[in-house]
Ligand binder design. Structure first.
Ligand SMILES: *[C@@H]1O[C@H](CO)[C@@H](O)[C@H](O)[C@H]1NC(C)=O
Length: 228
């Protein structure tokens, strides 16, 4: 009888262990860390509105930190109860205003954008990062990946000139060891231009990794790096 009870108990424990594992398992395999060139966003057909804090500096901006799975799905809105709380990131606001500004119209102070990003994407990495860590991680990654400098070192500057797509890819791969993904849009005269740069980051948010699949947007062979 005693033996039976023990084995029953241990089965129960095993079952419980696995269900807890399932519940707490992360539902993503890596992050896309995406930086955007504001010059391309702003001179497209849709145009942009500068945030209330004024024109952002001539630099890439953070576009997103998005959990993704290896089979290329992007979970979203994973925890509707985990609402965005500005007070949890009050120490990061200045830095976010500078590096993760909202450029959509109408002009805003960023809160709406960060709230949207947290609810849609951040909540899907809650098993790894708290709200504060999520935004801090994005800021740290941007600091780590100084794209403007990396490109400049390779002779690529935002001067309205055209460069081969491969020049961008090579420069970033040489500097980081990882092949980025690049996405383009078109300006009002239909020139293909650099819009977004994708890099992949492991689930803890600390290190860049090789992307399981690189999202190649619609870029012409030659793309413009517009002034901003
Ligand atoms: C651009 O952003 C990077 C990363 O945040 C920063 O290190 C660099 O100083 C900035 N460059 C300029 C010219 O502001």
């Amino acid at each position: 009888m005693k033996l039976i009870t023990i084995s029953f108990l241990s089965k129960l424990l095993i079952l419980q262990y696995f269900s807890v594992q399932c519940l707490s398992a992360q539902n993503f395999d890596f992050f896309y860390f995406i930086q955007q060139w504001p010059g391309a966003y702003c001179d497209s057909k849709q145009s942009c509105c500068f945030p209330k804090t004024g024109k952002p500096t001539t630099n890439f901006t953070i576009y997103g930190l998005r959990p993704n799975t290896n089979d290329n799905s992007s979970p979203s809105n994973c925890d509707t109860k985990s609402v965005f709380d500005k007070s949890k990131i009050s120490d990061l606001i200045k830095n976010l205003e500078k590096n993760w500004p909202s450029l959509s119209c109408p002009s805003s102070d960023g809160i709406k954008l960060w709230s949207h990003e947290w609810m849609k994407h951040g909540t899907c990495s809650e098993s790894e990062l708290t709200q504060h860590n999520y935004f801090q991680t994005a800021l740290k990654l941007k600091q780590k990946l100084n794209l403007l400098q990396i490109l400049k070192n390779a002779g690529i500057e935002p001067n309205d000139k055209f460069y081969n797509v491969d020049d961008f890819l090579d420069a970033i791969q040489q500097a980081t060891g990882f092949l980025p993904g690049i996405e383009c849009n078109r300006d009002s005269t239909h020139n293909s231009q650099l819009l977004n740069v994708y890099m992949c980051v492991e689930v803890s948010g600390s290190n860049f990794i090789e992307c399981p699949g690189v999202p190649m947007g619609t870029c012409g062979a030659k793309i413009q790096f517009p002034k901003f």
